[in-house]
Design a binder for this molecule. Sequence first.
Ligand SMILES: *Cc1c(COP(=O)(O)O)cnc(C)c1O
Length: 361
Amino acid sequence: MSQIRPQPGIMEIAPYVGGKSRVDGVSNVTKLSSNENPFGPSPAAQEAVKRSAHELHRYPSTDHADLRAAIAETHGLNADRIICGVGSDEIISFLCQAYAGPGDEVLFTEHGFSMYRISALAAGATPVSVPERERVTDVDALLAGCTDNTRLVFIANPNNPTGTMIGLAEIERLAEGIPPQALLVLDGAYAEYVEGYDGGAKLVEARDNVVMTRTFSKLYGLGGLRVGWGYGPIDVIDVLNRLRGPFNLSSTALAAAEAAIRDTAYVEKCREENTRLRAILSEALAEHGVPCDTSTANFVLARFGSQQEAEDCDIFLQKQGLIVRRVAGYNLPNCLRITVGDEPSCRRVAHCVGLFKAGER
Ligand SMILES: *Cc1c(COP(=O)(O)O)cnc(C)c1O
């Protein structure tokens, strides 16, 4: 047997499975499987991408000063406590590399985002999952799951794929109750969808054991460019910056993200449309006998009677050219996650679920 072997933990990683984007034999599909913004990126971000084409022979900024300043101005934050990464996935990965290794535990909830497990294993640490309470993050279960070996506690708020969220008082209780060697990570990939929610930024500033991650992939519609950021105590940001490659973000990605975050009118419009369309979608599904938890994000988690019914419905929808997300891998076998698309897509997916429930398969 070969003596060339990967580090412990790596072969335990089940490779990430992204949302499908095609169906064999169907040419015109509507993709509602990856929580993308159906309206695309801000026109200002698209312009910035085109302008960047003239400067592609230049290396990009290494300190991301302009983007960090734009983020800080828009959200009223301290630019020195911001780090930008190749998607928030890279920030999650830095956190695991920096703070968890063999013998350490990385804690998250049973329906938590799959990158927490993957990044923990990649760092050689032990992923530990605790139950949720009816698809809602359970702070008591997380606190009970903490040990002397817990180094990182991840929650997404709102959570993916459930769409539910917990209040700031609960998050504060969690930050207060975790052991002294542990860092709480608030994954705010969907924070922009919640009017008036700061993703936990104030809590980051008030404490020394909380980090927030954010992304340009969801509401800003820039998933293809891969930009995310983290906000944390200055010492933590310094640690993460030591792991960060000097040119981790391309000049095109930096320029687009900066233009996108400054286009606050576009952000506002997308948030409002999402709220309106999410209500249309979840009410229509409920009328067809398919309940959803109250979602605060840009998707809903549709609950079926059984795993078989969820799978049959998924197959039926695919035949109609509608791609949604199976979430059995998130321990939710009888559910399908449906991204809030534009109005015709929302109405069509609800209509087709209705046809399926009415037995027209
Ligand atoms: C989509 C998503 C992310 C990250 O996405 P990036 O594209 O890497 O920024 C992080 N956390 C959750 C919960 C997500 O759903």
